[in-house]
Write a protein that binds this ligand. Structure first.
Ligand SMILES: Cc1cc2nc3c(=O)[nH]c(=O)nc-3n(C[C@H](O)[C@H](O)[C@H](O)COP(=O)(O)O)c2cc1C
Length: 338
């Protein structure tokens, strides 16, 4: 079930991948992911093709990576085939292993110029972009879609054929429509339909994968792999957890001490990457991810949120008694049984 995946000449060690997450899958996040049971493939945040081609300096920051993060994909966002090839070549020259096209972002700011999920309404244009990408680089090209713009316009099976025809190596399918945004559940039946359509392309299932059970369900339905998104936030070890649980059928136990020590590692990464002001804002957000599943964590969340300096945050994380917190009923019982 957990297995290596081949995309063209690239052999990925695992079929459990980490998603592009704007504002989250940044350099510090990816450093942590690489260190805690690295996924088969990880992605940068989305990066605008035109901004990259025009060499806007802020854009290059999205593409910061270090050797520990390989295999790593860069995700491009845009709707103009004119920029696609050049942007992909730049990504390849920067040393990325994979280039991915974003066809899922639902936000108006992105869709208004025809990018992100708006491409699901203009399949001719989308095909032209994919073809340009595959013809411009020798690294594998992947595409990430939603199942359609809305329920009346589902294009998941058509997209599998179209991506295959364009020479794309893998298609990631989030089982929600653009209209749904994040409401309701990701529709796994639709992802399964797409898997049945695929001849040569890998179908990677995405949506609501928060544990090994949900990953297993998508793999059982025929997906070559899965892409974990929100499930990675505050849980850089989730790849390790899914692999362990699927391979041994025993729970991967997360202690409150693991949560604290990993959050402190994340702290160090953020502090060495960002300016102090940005680091403080980033840390408040990141601390919430780590603390959200801990019962009794409100006091430490409040302390972090009220902290006025990075050192103050650090002191609270070091001094707070994490032994009084616990990680949900089930895990707690499993730990007592050990
Ligand atoms: C905060 C946030 C940022 C995201 N940024 C991106 C992005 O840059 N590119 C992309 O293709 N998808 C992005 N997504 C979508 C996720 O990659 C994923 O497809 C979606 O969250 C569904 O998976 P999940 O239910 O496991 O979270 C983002 C999602 C969230 C919540």
């Amino acid at each position: 079930m957990i297995r290596p995946l081949k995309l063209k000449n690239l052999l990925l060690p695992s079929n459990i991948w980490y998603a592009p997450l704007a504002g989250c899958s940044d350099f510090p996040f990816r450093r942590l992911s690489a260190r805690h049971g690295k996924p088969g493939l990880m992605f940068t945040e989305m990066c605008k093709m035109d901004a990259l081609v025009k060499k806007e300096s802020s854009t290059f920051r999205f593409l910061d990576y270090d050797p520990s993060m390989h295999p790593i994909g860069a995700q491009l966002c845009g709707s103009d085939p004119k920029y696609a090839g050049q942007a992909a070549k730049m990504v390849e020259d920067l040393g990325f292993d994979v280039v991915d096209l974003n066809c899922g972002c639902p936000v108006d700011k992105v869709t208004k110029d025809g990018s992100g999920s708006a491409l699901l309404k203009t399949l001719d244009r989308l095909y032209a972009i994919l073809l340009t990408l595959t013809q411009s680089v020798s690294i594998p090209v992947t595409v990430k879609i939603r199942v359609g713009w809305d329920e009346k316009h589902l294009i998941h099976t058509q997209m599998v054929e179209l991506a295959e025809a364009a020479g794309v190596s893998a298609i990631t399918i989030h089982g929600r429509t653009r209209e749904q945004a994040y409401r309701g559940l990701s529709n796994r039946d639709l992802i399964e339909e797409a898997c049945k359509k695929a001849k040569s392309i890998h179908v990677i299932g995405n949506g609501d994968i928060f544990d090994s059970g949900s990953a297993k369900d998508l793999l059982d339905r025929g997906c070559s792999g899965v892409l974990v998104a929100r499930g990675t936030m505050g849980k850089p070890w989730i790849h390790q957890q899914i692999v362990h649980e699927l391979e041994t059928s025993t729970p991967f136990l997360v202690s409150t001490e693991l949560v604290r020590s990993t959050l402190l590692e994340h702290y160090d990464e953020i502090v060495s990457y960002e300016t102090p002001r940005k680091a403080l804002l980033s840390l408040r957000r990141v601390a919430c991810w780590y603390l959200r599943d801990l019962s009794g964590a409100k006091p430490i969340r409040d302390l972090v949120n009220r902290s006025q300096s990075l050192e103050e945050v650090r002191q609270h994380l070091v001094n707070f008694d994490f032994n009084h917190l616990y990680i949900g009923q089930e895990q707690n019982l499993a730990m007592q049984e050990q």
